[in-house]
Design a protein around this ligand. Structure first.
Ligand code: IVH
Length: 686
């Protein structure tokens, strides 16, 4: 107990707080979820004020589901990672009724049955996918999708979204309708149109840059370290799914949505049950007609098999469920001029023609380039340089050239000549029979090598801080990096002496490389950019073979034994690891002492159960290294002070957190003590 309040006063405050929270939650639900308030704004504000005042007087009584979280707590230092219990998959696409029929046929083939299927048709919201974890009915974690396996912990930001329930409403006492101990739901956070327009007007007045579209505004608002900024944005939310439907008291989607609504979630009222594809198509056309009248943006419709048992039988591919697909609305189009074409060589050697366009504004973005896909596409479209062309942009995908506007030709147009040799290494290009893609098959092609290195160090790879596209291009150009092992042998003095570099940036990169060297096998394999091997397949491989040796000795049949790996992937993986230059590269990695074991939770986890918070500046190691150490030893790291924190690590210039932690009786460790308990030896760069 803090301050001078007596036990009796505190008990009284506790009771009153519980009443206030319940009352506020009830009215917030009526207002934000049901859109049917029963008191006016003034009355609501007064209730809220009383809650804030009382919590101010009794801060120890603030609960993790208090509506006061809606106004936003302390700013974070950075976002923590949050692992999803089950992967957050993406969705396949169909673009017309024929493709929709194909989607159904494929499922029927898979099920070996022609039985008719009941679907749910849902508006596809154009916002940001989030996951919400409820334990015993209380929101304990909110996260972004991230790479599908690990997202960012944005709990404090999501708590400010008024329509996201902080505590679920126990619907009835019936056993069959109870909320599971842990409930993980997914849904979309979005920025309503009106709020978006107001926000942009305001930003314009303040001379700030405008949001390109409501989707960017939603993403930008959630990725604010200071939840108070998020709280000031009129974000909204609709739930669209549950991670594990086997925990639910219902058997199909329509009942699930009714139940989710009952326990407090906002459910989109335009979700419709459809018997068969003609009803699905009718709903699509209906949504397309009304989309511009809605208060929020939708970019299509999601079609889902309603029955959970059927969903279960259909299962998922590595990327997406087989039982659902997105049917997007046609993309936004514009016309501009095709100024030229250049040919890009990707990391797999694929040569892609890229259109250089007269810059044009499409759907909130400036478009200067567009993919022309491949040679056949150029010929099929009969494109010429100098043409006026129709282009389209759909969401975040790379813009496309649809066709030339032939009526506008004046005779000055020139043919597009597809090169016979690689534009980078001059090796003759090769196009296998029956394939659309032309490739440079020179394994030593510098363009492929560069692109592979960029991929390896980039976001989809090891994500080495300070080694993005530009820096990698420079390091390759000056000859410091030729292949992956060179990255791990970079020398501080050489980096610091480079154009545009200095002690600091060299230091930063070396540190990031030291960190990256401790990568688990799955991440390393994913970063190699082997054809047909994405993150999920890389995880499967590493989980199965555990070590690099295991993978190197695997035969094609061994690879096929791994559940989720098909013929194509197995062949590609086998060829990749059988290649002599791959072998040489991996030998070098091992000589460098890189172990590349899949992290098996062996040995002890001395910090298990302990929750660390860092404050102030550390001198012997970076904050990220320190966090990594804690995680490796089984501890957790959080970014704000709460009762859960067991250890506060205070570096130099620790501020208010240190004082508060001391008041709360939390163990405070200095940097040296921290290094002792984690048994850390100084990380040496050379
Ligand atoms: S279901 C396993 N339903 O669309 C099924 N997604 O690529 C996963 N989205 O990022 C998604 N509205 O954020 C589903 N009613 C809806 C949706 C929806 C929007 C987004 C979702 C995801 C993307 C799918």
């Amino acid at each position: 107990m803090t301050n001078n309040s007596s036990q009796a006063e505190q008990d009284q405050a506790k009771t009153r707080l519980a009443e206030l929270r319940k009352e506020i939650e009830y009215h917030a639900h009526r207002y934000y979820v049901l859109d049917d308030p029963v008191i006016d704004d003034g009355q609501y504000d007064r209730l809220f004020r009383s809650l804030l005042d009382l919590e101010d007087a009794f801060p120890e009584l603030i609960s993790s589901d208090s509506p006061s979280l809606r106004v936003g707590g302390e700013p974070l230092d950075q976002f923590e990672q949050a692992e999803h219990v089950l992967p957050m998959l993406s969705l396949g696409n169909v673009f017309d009724e024929a493709e929709l029929a194909g989607f159904e046929e494929k499922m029927q083939r898979y099920l070996q049955s022609n039985e008719s299927i009941v679907y749910l048709a849902e508006p596809k919201l154009d916002g940001l996918a989030v996951e919400l974890v409820y334990e015993k009915g209380v929101l304990v974690l909110g996260a972004t999708r991230g790479d599908g396996l690990v997202g960012e912990n944005i709990t404090a930001q999501l708590q400010t979204v008024r329509s996201i329930p902080l505590r679920l409403r126990q619907s009835t006492g019936k056993e069959t309708e109870k909320i599971p101990e842990q409930l993980v739901v997914r849904g979309e956070v979005f920025f309503p149109r009106q709020g978006f327009n107001d926000q942009n007007k305001q930003r314009g007045k303040e001379g700030k840059s405008l949001f390109a579209n409501p989707r960017n505004a939603a993403a930008g608002s959630l990725r604010q370290l200071d939840p108070k900024i998020t709280a000031a944005r009129p974000l909204d939310f609709f739930v669209y799914g549950v991670a594990d439907t086997t925990t639910l008291p219902c058997k199909e989607l329509e009942a699930m949505f009714a139940w989710l609504q009952e326990i407090g979630f906002p459910v989109n009222p335009l979700i419709k049950s459809c018997q068969g594809l003609s009803e699905v198509a009718a709903q699509y056309h209906h949504l397309q007609q009304i989309r511009h009248d809605l208060e929020y943006e939708i970019d299509g419709m999601v079609v889902k098999v309603a029955d959970f048992a059927l969903q279960q039988r259909l299962g998922n591919t590595a990327r997406a469920p087989r039982w659902a697909t997105a049917w997007k609305f046609p993309a936004v189009q514009a016309t501009t001029r095709l100024l030229g074409v250049h040919f890009q060589v990707g990391r797999t050697g694929a040569v892609t023609p890229v259109a250089e366009l007269e810059p044009v504004h499409v759907d909130g973005a400036m478009v200067k380039r567009a993919s022309l896909h491949n040679r056949d596409e150029i010929e099929r479209k009969e494109l010429e340089i100098g043409d006026t062309v129709l282009i389209q942009r759909a969401g975040d995908v790379i813009p496309e050239v649809i066709k030339p506007v032939k009526e506008k030709r004046d005779g000055t147009e020139r043919a597009i000549i597809f090169p016979k040799n690689c534009p980078v290494c001059d090796h003759p290009l090769h196009r296998p029979e029956g394939e659309a893609i032309t490739r440079c098959i020179n394994p030593h092609c510098p363009a492929q090598r560069l692109q592979s290195l960029i991929y390896f160090a980039g976001k989809a790879g090891l994500d080495i801080d300070g080694l993005g596209r530009k820096n990698m291009e420079q390091l390759v150009k000056v000859g410091l990096v030729r292949d992956i092992p060179d990255i791990f042998q970079l020398k501080h003095e050489k980096l610091a002496a480079l154009d545009g570099w200095g002690e600091k940036s060299a230091d930063k990169l070396i540190r990031a490389v030291v960190m990256a060297a401790q990568t688990p096998l799955s991440r390393f394999v994913g970063a190699l950019g082997i054809r047909h091997v994405g993150e999920v397949t890389a995880q499967l491989l590493a989980g199965h073979f555990i070590s690099l040796e295991g993978l190197l000795t695997a035969m094609r049949e061994d690879l096929l034994e791994v559940e989720g790996i098909g013929d194509q992937a197995a062949a590609s993986i086998f060829d990749y690891f059988a290649d002599t230059s791959t072998r040489e590269m991996l030998d070098q990695m091992q000589t460098l002492g890189l172990t590349l074991q899949e992290a098996k939770k062996t040995g002890s986890a001395p910090l298990e159960g302990r929750v660390f918070l860092f404050t102030g500046t550390l001198s012997g190691l970076s904050r990220n290294e320190a966090k990594q150490l804690v995680k490796e030893q089984g501890g957790r790291v959080v970014s704000s002070l709460s009762k859960k924190v067991t250890d506060l690590v205070a570096g130099a210039k620790s501020g208010s957190k240190l004082k508060k932690a001391e008041d709360m009786g939390i163990v405070v460790l200095g940097e040296e003590q921290f290094q002792q308990i984690t048994g850390r030896a100084e990380v040496r760069e050379e």
